[in-house]
Design a binder for this molecule. Sequence first.
Ligand SMILES: [Zn+2]
Ligand SMILES: [Zn+2]
Ligand SMILES: [Zn+2]
Length: 284
Amino acid sequence: MQLRFLGTAAAEGYPDPFCDCDNCRQARARGGRSLRRRSSALIDGELLIDPGPDLLAASLSDGVPLVGLRYCLQTHEHADHLDPLHFFARSPMCAVKGHGRLEYLAGEGALATAAAKLGLAKGFLDPETAGRWNLAARAIEPFREYAVGPYRVRAVRADHDPKITALLYLIERDGRCLFYATDTGELPDETWTDLKARAAEGLKLHVVAMDHTFGMAGRVRGHMNWEQFTEQVARLRDLGLLTDGARIFAHHIAHHSNPCHEELSAFAAEHGYEVAHDGLEVEV
Ligand SMILES: [Zn+2]
Ligand SMILES: [Zn+2]
Ligand SMILES: [Zn+2]
């Protein structure tokens, strides 16, 4: 699988356009990998994880058309991960023709939020609405597995916002597996139980992209700092889930707690992981 990071920032973007902290000032001065759009990722040009608010900007500035998009996974309904207007842009309502229906997998809450944001009387599970928007929507739940074209997708539960169901994804194709794990704090016990069962079945992870929102700050709930991040990685390794040479990426980077890309990458390298940046392509 070819993984491309379309965005790697937390909800406010990096730099936060309204912020004058040292990190934001540095990022503006340096540009390049220190500039981060809101988090989103694309696999093989056909599977999108999170249609976030910067999807258009990513497509424009990285020269990545989304013409081949066939599948979309939603981690959760927070606004930095879900801008359903993108579905409008792909639909016959915008004179876009020739695409099959986009398979959209999301939790019930995310589906309801998407419909509400668009002011739809009926949600995307309604056949007439789905047809108009050229979507084939599926309401999904944690700890279940879904066939999505050539991909096998397993959703597990995040520890993020207790008011919603936030999902993390194990995405497999041709014996290779990506664990896409933002937004989350330390993984909940039931997720570890599920991962342990997958490990017993022989699952191996080749790439992990995990929440690093609070980088150098103290320990938090709902997101992670670097210590919590490395503890989760160690636990994945203890379960035998990581292949030799598995690549581990910090993702969902917030300006208030993470230095610019070069410094953060140097720190991460000392602790056995890497830092994702916008436009980064990784062979899973
Ligand atoms: Zn987020
Ligand atoms: Zn700042
Ligand atoms: Zn969130």
